[in-house]
Design a protein around this ligand. Sequence first.
Ligand code: IVH
Length: 681
Amino acid sequence: MEPSELKEARRRARQLTGEIEQHNRLYYQEDRPEITDAEYDRLLRELQDLETRFPELRSAGSPTQRVGAEPAAGFETAPHRSPMLSLDNAMDADQMRAFVERLGRKLDRGSQQIELIGEPKLDGSGVELIYRHGELAQGLTRGDGRVGEDVTRNIREIPSVPARLSAGGGPLPEIASIRGEVVLPLAAFSTLNRARLAAGDEPFANPRNAAAGSLRQIHQIDHDRLRSLEFRAYSLAEGMPRSAKNQAEVLATLSRWGFVVSPEWRTCRGLDEAMSLHGELLEARDRLPVEIDGTVFKLSRLDQQAILGTLSRSPRWAIAFKFPPEQAITVVEAIEAQVGRTGALTPVAKLAPVRVGGVIVSSVSLHNQDEIDRKDIRVGDTVVIQRAGDVIPQLVRIVLSTRTEAACADARFERYRLPARCPECGGESIRLEGESVTRCPNLDCPAQLKNNLRHLASRGALDIDGLGEKLVEQLVDATLVGRLSDLFTLSEEQLAHLERMGARSAANLVASLERAKETTLQRFLIALGIRHVGETLADLLAVHFGDLDPLLHASAEEIERIEGVGPTIAESVARFFSDEANSAEVARLREFGVRWPPIEAPREPGKRSLDGTAFVLSGTLSTARDEVKKRIENAGGKVVGSVSKKTDYLVAGESPGSKLNKARELGVRVLDEAELEKLLS
Ligand code: IVH
């Protein structure tokens, strides 16, 4: 093999990994995906293919080996009792057939003899519920599949989550781990989005994100939103009755215990029956009360499932046969570059309006230059647009056969290149080596300024009444505002000169600017528009630091010590405040009177109860070591490598080895994980 081939594959694998991780974060942590499932699957598949061709590219940390993203900030985390796996997808009949044939080969049967069970693939948020002696003890989100977020409090409010299992006709297991999907029924989804739009909030892209968002509310919990969720159970990872022989009996057990099970499941003998169930579900899809995006087929018999086994990411005995996404055909009328809040130049295709999946689509993001090149999208092209469950439309591909001579003769018909100069400020745009994004690096670029101003004025930030999109444009274009803080220098007189602005509205705006100065630290942090800092993170920072000044000088390492804050975010926050222009701007905002009350108790009471206490960890712990270490450190303790007389506690997991003997010799107290847990809480 040519070394250059491997080099190219490595470059592409790195790029794909970066993209997939970014989309994992958007999907799992922020509940706002930017690409469709189909596009995501395409990226993952490309990476899988590369790793198959060049096995040296596959590492344990590769997204092909993991599920989802690390849990988001703000929730306590807890390990799953066993990993929560994902499912492999079949995107068409061929892939479905290949799956069944593979089962046939492994089980030594023809593909019409394989017994499968088909269930609707619920488009919600996967969770694990733990019942101890029949009582609900814990509810976890999937998280990264290994560790999830503890959402027990919220989950208890979902009406279809039984607080206790009904025993009706049999003993209950000591521990039961039930997996299922939290979904938001479509009726509740539209009610929720209507309310959000009316309140000026961004609507959720789809019921799945709305469900995940509702389930993971941390502050000012909207209980109605929780009550409108529904939990549907589909598997039992622990606590299986001995009598259960197949998945149908598992579902029957779940129903008997009091769970809602999607009623559309059916046992199918062979590929043909499976295909026809899939067709029926596709046809019934629009009439169902909850969103489904395919059929999950599982090998019916549990003993056969065990023969097939699981891979690190997904079981070999199940597959998600996805529905085809909803598509339509239209024409690209223009391609424009739009400048975002971070200066990213995003190419956007303006389309002849077309109806896809119930809404009119007239523009679609083309993401970046690579995407345009890969799909070779040009003005005048006929293109396929899709809206797969998501509200965000995608351009799937161009229809090459319609590239007529006339179309090609069109003066605009040439390869599109993102402009070398920013369309807003005229400054040079740049694209860094290894990055897919082209940026305008000019921090004073009016486009960035406008976006930052809009963000600062938004509800979750300073909530400036009357400072809408139009006015922001005017203020920047008239050079009345050249940076955020200039807003607070505006006088009624200056404002009154603007078009469509009377003395009355000028006075109103000045008054609401005055009101907006009185804010909270959390809102202020959001208002600054620091990358990755949304509501949850701003909250964590505010509570941890108590006021702005300690945060201004905090290093990335210090910020990362906050539970739930990862290195990327910590780095982004530290970098923001160490930038001179930014800190000058922060100072100016305060000078002009933006203020907030300090936060009374910056740390949760008792949190630092372990100040100065030394721990040694030994053996295999059920939680990742880094996580345990972080928690001990958050409580003021420290974790050291070896046992000495100065050690206060040895935490012994499974097979603790020689450290345990040493600890006993020295009389160091030994804790098991449960005892450590007590100490920490
Ligand atoms: S079985 C190891 N059954 O789809 C078995 N999953 O794309 C995995 N899902 O992680 C789960 N409906 O969150 C199963 N009827 C169903 C499902 C279902 C939706 C979700 C689940 C899973 C994801 C994989």
